[in-house]
Each structure stands twice: as structure tokens, then as C-alpha cells.
Design a protein around this ligand. Structure first.
Ligand code: UDP
Ligand code: MG
Length: 314
């Protein structure tokens, strides 16, 4: 029997958990060669999710909940789950039914064919706002222009990973992480599967605009130093512009003999270069902030007192 670990980050999903659990059981039933464990990582939920997870754990020993001490975000909750699984193969998915559990057998089939990473790609998402769709498409365009690894538009964190990939993934300990990019950068034998993401079963999206923006910035800054190079380009550009401005100044002063006060020009220059400098400073600040975060070497997440049953290793 092969063990499939299913890792599910959970943040205020009380209305989805039971339904999700049943759907996973249903999907796994026909797969007689496999047993599974459901590793729910509660990301500091404030609703009844913890209680429901506890109940599920009592009813079914395959349910292995873990509880983080506070809301650490989807990417770190996923990381925590991946750190604490020991299946032969691991599947990460959302608990809101947007990553259809019926697809699990298809993912496993790909794994049996020999693939070590099966990445899923959302082709369309039902019931998603026009705003989210267009910003997402635009974001992936920009990301791919600057990123050192190709990142699939519509990529999601619904994927299958072989044990060997999970072990390798555990060695990556950076804080600001964009798992979608990390996995691509790691290599191994990868393939893609397309799927249509249905609307959430219940509840609302836990990704506020702020969280989306953070993830988006992490994605770009973690896979690219191109923004830092803007400084160089902007510097060269402003150097050239300044040179011509200087010629113009000389011309006005010595040829036209008409050294007007010219405060407008000065003001324009000050504003322009001030803007350029602030922009570059901002970019540098972003990177330096990250250096600061990483050098602190803080733990990525903290597990609350409610220890999971399968606490082992460490
Ligand atoms: N989630 C989490 N921590 C957070 C935000 C979300 O663990 O801070 C979980 C959430 O419970 C869900 C998954 O991550 O299982 C994806 O979140 P959501 O469905 O809200 O995102 P969307 O599908 O709208 O992008
Ligand atoms: Mg969702």
C-alpha cells in the first residue's frame, strides 16, 4: 500500500471542511492500492474550523490536523504541512473545493507514469471577478518578463509531489516564498494538468487584496533581480538627459547671453530626479527588507500547543 499525504491549509473554512473531507474519501475509495492521510494545517482560524478538525480527527484516524499559533499565510501553512508529512507521494490542495478532489486519481496516475511533480493549471475559474482575472493574467506576463524561471500563468498550489521532491523542498527555508516558482526552479520530472476551478463551496476568499499583493511582490522579488537593475538604467538615462540639459544651460548662458532665472527648469529637474531616486530607493528597500527578514533566521511558523498525532522526526 502506498501512502498519499494530502496537505490542506485551512483558514476559517468551517463551512467547507466536512464537505471537503467527504469528497476526498469519495475520491480515494476506488484507489485500492493507496491509503491516505489528510494533513490539515489550521492557519490560526478564528471560526469553528479547529473544533471541526478535532471532530474529524476523532472520527477518522487518517485525519491529522495541525494548528499554527497564528495566521502565517497560505504559503507558510503549506510549508508546515509539507514539513510534517511522510507519504510516498504528497498532494497539496485548498480546502474550499476549488481544487476538485475528483482530480486526485488523475494526479496519481501521472505519478505512476513516473512524473515527480504534477502541476495543475487553472484554465478558467468559474465565478471569479473580472478584476481578479485580468490582474492575474497581467501579473504572470510581468513576472515571466523578469523572472529567472518560467512561471505558468494560472498556476496554482494544487499539485502532486513525489517524496524526493518534498525532501528537497524542505531544504528551502526562505521566508518570503512563492512556492509555485520554487518548485519549477527545483527541476525534477514535471508535468502539467489542466483543470477548471469551480467556485468556492462555501464562505468567501481568504485572500484579501493585501495578501494577493504581498504574494505578487514576493513572486517577483524572489525570482528576479531585474528591479534592482532599473536603478542602473534609470541612472544612465538620467545621466544622458542631464548632459543635454547641461549643454542647453551653457548655450543659454554663453551664446544667447540670456541667463533667465529658469526656476521652472530647475524645479522640473528636481522633481524628475527626486522621483527617480525615490523609486530606486524603494526597490532597494524592498530587497534590503528581505535581507533583513532572512538574516533574522526566525522560524517560518510556530505550531500551537495542540500537537498533531503524527508528531515525529524532530
Ligand atoms: N488560507 C490559509 N491562510 C490564509 C489564507 C488562506 O491557510 O491566510 C487557505 C484557505 O483556507 C484555502 C486556501 O488557503 O484553503 C486558499 O485560499 P482562498 O480559497 O481563500 O484563496 P482563493 O482561492 O480565493 O485564491
Ligand atoms: Mg479558493
Amino acid at each position: 500500500m502506498k501512502l498519499v499525504s494530502i496537505v490542506v491549509p485551512v483558514y476559517n473554512e468551517e463551512a467547507n471542511l466536512r464537505h471537503f473531507y467527504e469528497a476526498v474519501c469519495e475520491a480515494m475509495k476506488p484507489l485500492t492500492d493507496y491509503t491516505f492521510e489528510l494533513v490539515f494545517v489550521d492557519d490560526g482560524s478564528k471560526d469553528n474550523s479547529r473544533v471541526i478538525l478535532r471532530e474529524l480527527e476523532k472520527e477518522d484516524e487518517r485525519v491529522q490536523p495541525m494548528f499554527l499559533a497564528r495566521n502565517s499565510g497560505h504559503q507558510l501553512a503549506l510549508t508546515c504541512g509539507l514539513d510534517h508529512t511522510d507519504g510516498d507521494v504528497v498532494i497539496t490542495m485548498d480546502g474550499d473545493m476549488q481544487h476538485p478532489p475528483e482530480m486526485i486519481p488523475t494526479l496519481l496516475k501521472k505519478w505512476e507514469e513516473g512524473y515527480e511533480v504534477v502541476q495543475t493549471v487553472r484554465v478558467t475559474t468559474e465565478g471569479v471577478s473580472f478584476f481578479k482575472k485580468t490582474t492575474s493574467a497581467l501579473y504572470y506576463k510581468v513576472l515571466n518578463m523578469v523572472s529567472t524561471v518560467p512561471i505558468q500563468p494560472g498556476g496554482s498550489d494544487f499539485r502532486l509531489m513525489d517524496r524526493i521532491v518534498v525532501e528537497a523542498f524542505r531544504k528551502y527555508r526562505e521566508h518570503a516564498r512563492f512556492i509555485r516558482g520554487l518548485i519549477v526552479a527545483m527541476g525534477f520530472k514535471q508535468t502539467k494538468l489542466e483543470f477548471v476551478a469551480p467556485p468556492r463551496f462555501a464562505g468567501v476568499s481568504k485572500f484579501s487584496f493585501r495578501k494577493m499583493l504581498h504574494l505578487a511582490v514576493d513572486g517577483i522579488l524572489a525570482f528576479s533581480t531585474v528591479p534592482l537593475r532599473f536603478g542602473l538604467y534609470a541612472g544612465v538615462l538620467s545621466g544622458i538627459i542631464s548632459f543635454f540639459l547641461f549643454l542647453h544651460v551653457l548655450f543659454v548662458k554663453y551664446v544667447e547671453n540670456d541667463a533667465v532665472p529658469g526656476w521652472a527648469t530647475i524645479l522640473a529637474c528636481v522633481l524628475f530626479f527626486g522621483g527617480v531616486q525615490l523609486f530606486i530607493l524603494g526597490i532597494m528597500g524592498e530587497y534590503i527588507g528581505r535581507i533583513f527578514e532572512e538574516t533574522k533566521g526566525r522560524p517560518l511558523y510556530l505550531i500551537a500547543k495542540d500537537k498533531p498525532k503524527n508528531e515525529k522526526k524532530e
